[in-house]
Design a binder for this molecule. Structure first.
Ligand SMILES: *Cc1c(COP(=O)(O)O)cnc(C)c1O
Length: 340
């Protein structure tokens, strides 16, 4: 908790426009701290998309609450707002308490916050934004960090704003949430260190990582521009057999990933690999089909999540990918698509 930690929190508040920022040890802990601050526990249900990284559901399950998986929109890969609303009714009909909805901004593209925010307010359910992949993105002029009742992000090196190890942050305009998250971050501390008011965690961000993030934040806007430029180059150059991400005009993505969807995905990935081009699959199995979470899903089919997990492929994407390398990726991919 050195001076750089506090300085970083101020800079992040300025960057996003969120009134409260609490840095912490990881994106997973950021999610966990918010759910703890909101009192999520045994008997509660939290609604979230199935097509996401396991950490989103893990934080719910580790608190003894039940993750309720819903399907994603086929094009944005983000939680389908209608599915989230239906889930709230289903959970209430089962006489359980839907404590929160978690929206995930997959690949860096913000979820449909206008619909989600309106519905959640209507239903009296809190909205947590899992912005681990979307820090730096915008939604209708507002920055990620201001879009849910609270937002959790990650500074893991593979995320758009990465440090040199683990790190994360919570953003909110709600003073009470921020106050409790600050306490939970350091063992539930009260006015002084040894007056523990609640059961918390050791979830501090290292001062060293804060110092690195302060420097990286200075060049972050240029890095976001570079990612945007590289994404458009992919979209312009890729052949029609490949479904490219389409970001509506009133949003911007942080382009954590440039993820295409393509038939014969595994064969194409193999072709690219043999040409020395790495790709990745985020994620090969939707959470409701994973051994750790299957029991919570009641074996419901979530067709968009299942289909996406079979067809998505993330291409190399980072702010320093040069045109020559990118052109080669496009060329090899185009040939692979034509021959498979
Ligand atoms: C990376 C990630 C997390 C977890 O962040 P960590 O900093 O690795 O703990 C949570 N949710 C999503 C969607 C992620 O991509």
């Amino acid at each position: 908790m050195g001076p750089e930690v506090h300085e970083l929190e101020q800079e992040l508040a300025q960057f996003t426009g969120a009134s409260e920022v609490v840095t912490c040890s990881s994106g997973t802990d950021a999610l966990l701290l918010v759910l703890m601050a909101w009192g999520v526990g045994r008997g509660d249900v939290v609604i979230l998309p199935s097509f996401t990284f396991a950490a989103t559901a893990e934080t719910v399950a580790v608190l003894g609450a039940t993750p309720f998986f819903v399907d994603v929109d086929a094009r944005s890969y983000n939680i389908a707002p209608e599915a989230a609303i239906d889930a709230i009714s289903v959970v209430r009909a089962a006489k359980l308490e839907p404590k929160a909805v978690i929206a995930v901004d997959l690949y860096g593209r913000p979820a449909d916050y206008a619909s989600l925010q309106a519905s959640c307010r209507n239903e009296g359910v809190r909205l947590l934004a899992d912005a681990a992949q979307s820090f730096g993105a915008t939604y209708r002029g507002a920055k990620v960090g201001t879009l849910g009742d609270a937002t959790a992000t990650s500074f893991f090196p593979a995320k758009p704003l990465g440090c040199y190890g683990d790190g994360g942050a919570v953003f909110t305009d709600d003073e009470e949430t921020a106050r409790v998250v600050r306490s939970l971050r350091i063992h539930g501390q009260g006015p002084d260190k040894y007056t523990n008011e609640r059961i918390g965690l050791n979830a501090r961000l290292d001062t060293l990582q804060a110092a690195i993030l302060l420097q990286k934040l200075k060049i972050f806007p240029e890095e976001l521009d570079a990612r945007e430029r590289i994404a458009s180059r992919y979209t312009d150059a890729l052949p029609p057999e490949v479904t490219c991400p389409q970001i509506p005009r009133d949003l911007s993505s942080a382009w954590a990933q440039y993820t295409i969807r393509v038939a014969q995905r595994d064969l194409i990935a193999k072709e690219l690999r043999s040409a020395g081009i790495p790709t990745a699959i985020y994620y090969p199995t939707p959470l409701h089909r994973l051994p750790a979470y299957r029991h919570a899903s009641g074996e419901r089919a979530l067709p968009n999540s299942e289909r996406a997990s079979r067809e998505v492929l993330s291409l190399p994407m980072h702010p320093y990918l040069d045109n020559q390398d990118q052109d080669r990726i496009v060329q090899v991919l185009t040939e692979a698509v034509a021959t498979t």
